[in-house]
Design a protein around this ligand. Sequence first.
Ligand code: AMP
Length: 369
Amino acid sequence: MIKLHDKEFTPFLSEAEITTAVAKIAAEVARDYKNEVPIFVGVLNGAFMFVSDFLKAYEYPCEVTFVKLSSYQGLTSTGIVETLLDISEDIEGRTIIILEDIIDTGRTLQQLVHLFSGSNVKEFKIASLFYKKEVYNGEYTIDYVGIEIPNSFIVGYGLDYMELGRNLKAVYQLNQTDMINLVLFGKPGAGKGTQAGFLKEKYSLKHISTGDVFRYNIKNGTTLGKLAKSYIDKGDLVPDEVTIDMLKDEVEKNPEAAGFIFDGFPRTVAQAEALDNFLESKNMKINATIALEADEEILVQRLLERGKESGRSDDQDEEKIRNRFEEYNQKTAPLKNFYEAQGKFHTVNGIGDIAEITGRLAKVIDDLG
Ligand code: AMP
């Protein structure tokens, strides 16, 4: 067991297993390209160790260069990737082989393909030492794969957790046993977002607010944002399949999280079922769902006040607010039975001093054992 920052990691792949995988990729690439001079493109920072060992195992003429991309992984990220170091060589007519340390969702890969799409290369291939097949949802085939791995967070051999761990010779996996996953329920205005902000600090959790993610997408004019806008503007729920996919994506983006606070999700029984199935497939589960209870008339006043400051269109019109309560009462309230049947439903009085309410929520969480 090793500790990096606040987290513990257990051994996952030995140095010998990694060496074998690197040699396997080198042999496969050599089989295909030994009669020409390919340009290997390492993706910094994570791939530096792989590139180094790969080149030592590749015994034919070749060139090497590097690119560096940065991806923003914030709560509202939709996977915007920026190029920090571009390719400077003349690559026209050449065979390019990307060397990646790890491919998971495929977001970085998409950006890489985009980087090269304007150039007139002879061939463009992708080799990745580690590949999370289950979570990959890109459209490009990975041509050479070292080791397929499940969707756990790994460090070592060039890969980091908040910049530590890159110098480890073996690969380690995050220890997930003490993960806490919470669902915060409550009518619009009940204080879910405010309380999630405190709880995420107290318990080092990742806060996912589906409403925030939608608003971020609307602000940035993404396809998802355009799709969601018409529903949100009316105070209706966004269709389940859109919301469920988005939620999964947010969870996948944070494999190192010590747990999640789901705020505003699930809001329908179909979403709750999808969440259970999804978490189970990742060896995770919901520990507790907590409903913040508050009287509708108080909430209407709170939301109208909030609307003046935030400018949120769905907070400014009493009719839309009432429609959101209606959606809650019809579609979200039945989740009480769903989680009660699992013994995971708790309620907390959501009226009072903010810190006092945080205390009530913390008591429920601390009593989970
Ligand atoms: P919120 O910020 O949580 O109040 O969400 C604002 C709006 O985003 C809601 O009124 C819905 O239109 C949409 N939304 C947020 N979460 C969900 C969800 N789980 N399912 C469907 N629609 C959602």
